[in-house]
Design a protein around this ligand. Structure first.
Ligand SMILES: [Cu+2]
Length: 153
């Protein structure tokens, strides 16, 4: 292979890798189901409330699926400024939604707020500020290099 071809090929591979990184960011939808004390935060496509694994760069969308009451998705930990990591208002609807991008800054804030080890997975709890007995399972926020290669998006 000539040097010129090798350089062109390297640039092409780099562009492909960059493009793949940019498009791997996923949206994860979590529905608030139920109309009373049975309400739960359930990942779209699942049948029960489970931890939701997300990778840095992903966006979580909470959706008031039942829609009979106003709800929130409010983190149960606060950052170094005393602010909750997220506080998503979900009005009665149904279908009202709100989202949070878990970028690197959000990951760093979550590591600090939960006193987790930097570079590892961070477990973030959340609940409904209007109905404190309505608690989500954990968000499991993982750096991209810890992503499970078997996970299907
Ligand atoms: Cu609520």
């Amino acid at each position: 292979m000539s040097r010129k071809v090798a350089v062109v090929t390297s640039v092409f591979v780099a562009v492909q890798l960059f493009g793949a990184t940019a498009t791997n960011a996923a949206n994860k939808i979590i529905n608030i189901s139920g109309t009373g004390t049975d309400a739960q935060y359930i990942e779209d496509g699942k049948t029960k409330q489970l931890n939701v694994v997300i990778t840095v760069g992903d966006t979580v969308i909470w959706r008031n699926a039942a829609g009979n009451k106003n709800h929130t998705a409010t983190s149960d930990v606060k950052d170094s400024q005393g602010q909750v990591l997220f506080d998503i208002a979900l009005n009665a609807g149904p279908g009202d939604s709100g989202s949070k991008l878990f970028d690197q800054a959000a990951y760093d804030a979550a590591v600090a707020a939960t006193h987790s080890a930097a570079g590892g997975r961070v477990f973030i709890g959340y609940y409904c500020a209007k109905h404190p007995t309505l608690m989500g399972a954990k968000l499991v926020l993982q750096p991209a290099n810890l992503k499970d290669p078997n996970e299907h998006e």
